[in-house]
Ligand binder design. Structure first.
Ligand code: NAD
Length: 399
C-alpha cells in the first residue's frame, strides 16, 4: 500500500515519561505504516531541555510560527522534586507556558464522547468546549513575600517618565502580594479566536469573568469582547443562528451544570485551566480531552490535555504492565495531520486523520479499552487492555 504523502513538515515536540513511551508506540504503529511522515523533531524531554538550557523549547515554538502546525507530547514541568530526580541545572519553566507566551492565542479543549462512557452530569448530552486564553494573568505574574509592615503599590511609568500609582495594601505585618497583567491586543485576539471558532463549529459562545469585583481588569475583558462582538460578529452570529452570551463566572458555572452542553465556554487563563480538568473528568477521563492552541496569526499546536502519567511510568520502568490511555495523544496526532492536510490541500491526509479517530473510537465501543475507561464504562463484555494492546487493536482496525 502506498503511503500518504505530505508537503509541509509538522513540528513534532517529544516529551516525558509514560506519554513519551506512548508517543513512540503511536508513531510506530498508527502513523508511520500509513503516512510518509514529514516532521521537524524537537526533543522536549526534560533531560534534553536541561542540556540545551531550555533553548529547545523556544526553538520548537519558533518552528511552529514558521511551519504553522505542531503536535506536542506531555512534558514535565519541573518542581523541587524533579530538580533532584533529574539533577537539573535550574527549575526550568513550564514548556507549555513558554510556548504559549511565544505563540499567544487561545487553547480549545473539547471532550471526546464515546458510547458507554456517560458524563457524570446527567443533563450533558453534547460536548462542552473550553476556550482558554493562553496569555498572561497569574501565569505571567510577579510575586513578592512581604516580610513585615510597609506598603505595596502598583507603579506605572510611561515613556516620558510620568508615574501613575495605586496602593495595593498597607501591610501591618507579614503577607504576600502579586502583580499580574494582560494586553489589549492579546484579549482582542482571544475574543476573535473564540468568535471565529464558534462560527466554525456553529455553536453558541459563552464568556464569563468576575467584572463585578474586578472593575478594571476583568471589566476590560468584558468590554473588549462586547465591542468586537457588536462591530464584527453580531450579524454573522445572527445569520448562523448562534448566540454570544456574557455572564459572571459563578453564574456561568451554575448554568453549565444544568445545561445540555453543545457550546463553547470562553475562560480567562486560570479559569480555563481549572474548568477544563473539571469538565474532562466529569465527561469521563482526563485522557479523553483534545486540546489545540490557536494563535492569532493562524498557527496550531495540538496536544493531549493530561500530564505525563508519572505513576504508570514508574511501573513501566519496573517492567510491570500499564494500562495508560493513549486516546488524547492519538487525537493530538490526528488533529495535527488533519490541519496539515487542510492547509496543504491533501484530502488523503485529512481522510487518514478521520479514519484514525474512527478506528480509536470503534475500538472502545467494541468493548476494548484501557483501565481508566474500563472502570467507568457502562458497556457489557469489557476487555481491559494494557497500553500496547490497546494501540495494537486500533492498528488492526485501521488496516
Ligand atoms: P497527569 O495528567 O499525568 O495525571 C493525573 C491523574 O490522571 C493520574 O492519576 C493519572 O494516572 C491519570 N491520568 C492522566 N492521564 C492518563 C492517561 N492517559 N491514562 C490513564 N490515566 C491517566 O498529571 P500529574 O500526575 O499531575 O502530573 C504528572 C506530570 O505531568 C507532572 O510532571 C506535570 O508537570 C506534567 N503535566 C504536563 C502537562 C502537559 O504537558 N500538558 C499537563 C499536566 C501535567
Amino acid at each position: 500500500m502506498a503511503k500518504i504523502q505530505m508537503i509541509t513538515p509538522l513540528v513534532e515536540m517529544d516529551g516525558d515519561e509514560m506519554t513519551r513511551i506512548l508517543w513512540k508506540m503511536i508513531k510506530d504503529e498508527l502513523i508511520l505504516p500509513f503516512v510518509d511522515l514529514k516532521s521537524e523533531y524537537y526533543d522536549l524531554g526534560l533531560k534534553h531541555r536541561d542540556e540545551t538550557d531550555d533553548k529547545v523549547t523556544v526553538e520548537s515554538a519558533n518552528a511552529t510560527k514558521r511551519l504553522g502546525v505542531a503536535v506536542k507530547c506531555a512534558t514535565i514541568t519541573p518542581n523541587a522534586a524533579r530538580v533532584k530526580e533529574y539533577d537539573l541545572k535550574e527549575m526550568w519553566k513550564s514548556p507549555n507556558g513558554t510556548i504559549r507566551a511565544i505563540l499567544d492565542g487561545t487553547v480549545f479543549r473539547k471532550p471526546i464522547l464515546v458510547k458507554g462512557i456517560e458524563p457524570n452530569v446527567r443533563t450533558w448530552k453534547k460536548p462542552i468546549t473550553i476556550a482558554r486564553h493562553a496569555y498572561g494573568d497569574v501565569y505571567k505574574n510577579t510575586e513578592m513575600i512581604i516580610d513585615g509592615p510597609g506598603k505595596v503599590e502598583l507603579v506605572y511609568t510611561d515613556s516620558k517618565g510620568n508615574e501613575k500609582r495605586s496602593l495595593v495594601h498597607e501591610f501591618k505585618a507579614a503577607g504576600i502580594a502579586q502583580g499580574v497583567h494582560n494586553l489589549d491586543a492579546s484579549i482582542e485576539s482571544f475574543a476573535r479566536a473564540c468568535f471565529e471558532y464558534a462560527l466554525s463549529q456553529k455553536e453558541d459562545l459563552w464568556f464569563a469573568t468576575k467584572d463585578t469585583i474586578s472593575k478594571q481588569y476583568d471589566h476590560t475583558f468584558k468590554d473588549i469582547f462586547e465591542e468586537i462582538y457588536e462591530k464584527e460578529y453580531k450579524q454573522k452570529f445572527e445569520e448562523a443562528n448562534i448566540t454570544y452570551f456574557y455572564t459572571l463566572i459563578d453564574d456561568a458555572v451554575a448554568r453549565v451544570m444544568k445545561s445540555e452542553g453543545g457550546f463553547i465556554w470562553a475562560c480567562k487563563n486560570y479559569d480555563g485551566d481549572v474548568m477544563s480538568d473539571m469538565l474532562s473528568s466529569a465527561f469521563g477521563s482526563l485522557a479523553m480531552m483534545t486540546s489545540v492552541l490557536v494563535s492569532p496569526d493562524g498557527c496550531y499546536e495540538y496536544e493531549a490535555a493530561h500530564g505525563t502519567v508519572q505513576r504508570h511510568y514508574y511501573k513501566y520502568l519496573k517492567g510491570e504492565s500499564t494500562s495508560s490511555n493513549s486516546v488524547a495523544t492519538i487525537f493530538a496526532w490526528s488533529g495535527a495531520l488533519r490541519k496539515r492536510g487542510e492547509l496543504d490541500n491533501l484530502p488523503d491526509l485529512v481522510d487518514f486523520a478521520n479514519r484514525l479517530e474512527k478506528a480509536t473510537l470503534d475500538t472502545i465501543e467494541s468493548g476494548k479499552m484501557t483501565g481508566d475507561l474500563g472502570a467507568i464504562s457502562s458497556l457489557e463484555n469489557i476487555q481491559v487492555l494494557n497500553s500496547e494492546e490497546f494501540i495494537h487493536e486500533i492498528a488492526k482496525k485501521l488496516q
